[in-house]
Design a protein around this ligand. Structure first.
Ligand code: BF8
Length: 657
């Protein structure tokens, strides 16, 4: 168990309160419930009722003769399929909402971003000239839905990858067809007695993951932008200090923007605010949790309360009237944690009920009416708040988020010259050593937010530009890494670029489905010129520190399949088969030009990634990276002037040195 539970002081404060009040949280359960040593390395096969078979000790095969490699490969493929299903089903629901809006059945939604609508229509081969946006929107929704159910040769977004990458996929036979088909085929192949060649199973795992990244997730992001707007930079606040002592606090938790956008609108309605005042509150205060937080932060600037491991502790503040959840990453433990408090846990999705929770089922056909019902439920609960139970940790950080691919393109040249030329040039000349995507979850088996923030700081210190999503983005937000001032701890070259372009060195790009924005950025860097012709040529790396979900496995796999070597920071869940470990590292390097590493030590992962970035630079014949070449003015501070500990205490600015 980690010695320290979290590097976030707000979490530490609330854990003390939880302990004093006898509340059991995920942090406690991580101490009392050990991970199963057999399942945690894929030594277990439970695909039929002759088992579960444990392939430990001298046992080399299951009852049916399945080898360690087959079992580990099947487990990996099933993890990918589950993660791909979660992202993609989210994407499908976004498309159904767009369709309902365009057919006049969802009056509270409309097309907010016509430019994005037309761009997506072009990818999907839908004519736009002289057509009404609602007509185009309907066609986009239908074409999107057909990408899920289709049996055609490839999902449409495959064409958005660089031509060389498309060739790699086609040569390997892993360009994804319909997203649903690839997921179903994983389940079929991994059923007892079917596909029993590890490499062959894993090839299909790659295909299924690509169906997530370049299919389901990319379409989810596209439709969200069409309905709610493509994000641009927005200033906001984060951490527990964003809760209000005097207002009704509503925490919006989950993943889909469909309901949360409407709750934001409902909470701003004058009649709702008046109603809150009539119950003794000063107003209504919203805060986001997990990827819903990222969605409504990027588009509405709604404050971010916390990431995955923060959810039960929101209740422990005693100040939250309702936690409204939709889908994914919602702990069942919320209901038990809420029992001694007044907080109501409200489930809303037809796909996700929780025993003992309140329930208001969301229906996009009467979205505003339902959103108001939810806000009203929270307001009605305000008088039940016990003042003597309230403790809101006084920690708030400021942040800038909202760096969509479109905005990054715009900011590097304005509307007439938008491009990725400045970024590519600065990577080529070595001011920027490379770039990294740092994404993913929290995991109660390690110190909360520690590896997340350590890796980001180390990367920017070494002149590596960071893009972030999901729970990493929230960790960065809470701990002050999403501010322009953070360029003070960036390496000199990266700092110079950030100063001239006017961006922070850590760019918040959204929720987990928005990892597809990162794919779009990578595709553009690869085709812009000067950095090779394929994503696998780029000096870039992927990280998922503190990962925990099957969605993270799917993301990691499609990032690798897209050509980016990736470090999942944590134990190796498939290590019972050295053959599979080799297949996804050395084997995938040969197949897709990138490796999939599981490495528990964050320091080692960073060092390996920096060496990898330098090797990619060398292969491109770029100038060798030199950390002292640029920005040698007196404003330069050695990047290691502050320790990880000082950084966590907020002593990271020059003033704090
Ligand atoms: O989808 S990073 S814990 S919240 S799975 Fe979940 Fe992981 Fe957070 Fe967003 Ni993504």
């Amino acid at each position: 168990m980690p010695e320290k539970k979290s590097v976030d002081p707000a979490i530490t404060e609330l854990l003390d309160k939880a302990m004093a009040e006898g509340i059991n949280t995920v942090f406690d359960r991580a101490e009392t419930t050990k991970a199963c040593p057999i399942g945690s390395v894929s030594a277990c096969c439970k695909n039929c009722s002759m088992g579960p078979c444990r392939l430990t000790g001298k046992t080399e095969v299951g009852l049916c003769g399945a080898t360690k490699a087959t079992i580990a490969a099947r487990n990996l493929a099933r993890d990918i399929a589950s993660g791909a299903a979660a992202h993609s089903d989210h994407g499908r629901d976004m498309a159904l909402t767009l369709l309902a809006a365009c057919e006049g059945h969802a009056p509270d939604y409309g097309i907010k971003d016509e430019r994005k609508l037309k761009a997506v229509a072009a990818y999907l081969g839908i004519p736009t000239e002289g057509r009404d946006k609602v007509e185009i929107g309907r066609d986009v929704a239908l074409a999107t839905l057909s990408n899920f159910s289709s049996t055609k040769a490839e999902v449409d977004s495959v064409k958005r990858a660089p031509p060389k990458r498309q060739e790699v996929w086609r040569n390997l036979g892993i360009a994804p067809r319909g997203v649903d088909r690839e997921i179903v085929e994983v389940l079929h192949r991994t059923h007892a007695g079917n596909d029993q060649d590890a490499e062959h199973i894993l090839d299909h795992g790659l295909r299924c993951a690509l169906g997530d990244g370049w299919g389901g997730s990319m379409l989810a992001t596209d439709i969200s932008d069409i309905l709610f707007g493509t994000p641009g930079p927005v200033a906001a606040r984060s951490n527990f200090g964003v809760l209000s002592e005097t207002e009704v606090n509503i925490v919006i938790h989950g993943h889909e923007p469909t309901l949360s956008e409407l709750i934001v609108a409902a909470a701003g309605e004058p009649d709702m605010i008046e109603y809150a005042k009539s119950k003794g509150a000063a107003g209504i205060n919203l805060a986001g949790m997990c990827c819903t937080a990222n969605e409504i932060l990027m588009r509405q600037g709604v404050p971010v309360l916390g990431n995955y491991l923060s959810q039960e502790l929101a209740i422990v503040t005693g100040a939250v009237e309702a936690i409204v959840v939709d889908i994914q990453c919602i702990m069942q433990g919320l209901v038990a944690a809420a029992k001694p408090y007044h907080t109501k846990i409200v489930t809303t999705s037809p796909k996700a009920h929780i025993t003992g929770a309140s329930r208001i089922q969301f229906d996009e056909h009467r979205a505003m009416e339902i959103a108001k019902e939810i806000v009203k439920l929270a307001i009605d609960n305000f008088p039940n708040r016990s003042k003597n139970k309230v403790q809101i940790p006084n920690y708030v950080n400021h942040l800038v988020a909202g760096f969509s691919h479109e905005y990054l393109n715009y900011m590097q040249g304005g509307i007439y010259r938008e491009s990725f030329r400045p970024l590519n040039d600065n990577i080529m000349n070595g001011r920027i050593r490379g770039a990294a995507g740092v994404v993913g979850c929290n995991n109660a088996r390690v110190t909360h937010d520690d590896a997340q923030t350590y890796i980001v700081k180390e990367l920017i210190k070494n002149d590596v530009l960071v893009v972030t999503t999901g729970c990493n983005a929230i960790a960065c937000a809470k701990l002050g890494l999403l501010t322009p001032e953070v360029m003070n701890i960036a390496g000199p070259g990266l700092r110079e670029v950030c100063q001239t372009i006017g961006i922070p060195p850590v760019l918040h790009m959204g929720s987990c489905v928005d990892n597809s924005r990162i794919l779009t950025v990578l595709a553009q860097c690869a085709t812009e010129g000067g950095l090779g012709e394929d994503i696998s040529d780029l000096p870039v790396a992927g990280f998922a520190p503190e990962w925990m979900s099957e969605k993270a496995i799917s993301i990691g796999t499609y990032v690798v399949a897209s050509g980016v070597t990736t470090w999942m920071v944590g134990h190796h869940p498939y290590s019972n088969s050295p053959e599979v470990v080799d297949m996804i590292t050395e084997g995938w390097k040969k197949k897709v030009g990138a490796a999939y590493y599981f490495e528990p030590d964050p320091e080692k992962a960073v060092l390996e990634a920096l060496a990898h970035i330098d090797a990619k630079r060398a292969a491109l014949k770029l100038e060798e990276y030199n950390p002292t070449r640029y920005a040698q003015s007196e404003t330069y501070l050695p990047a290691d002037y502050t320790s990880h500990e000082n950084f966590a205490k907020g002593l990271y600015s020059r003033a704090g040195v």
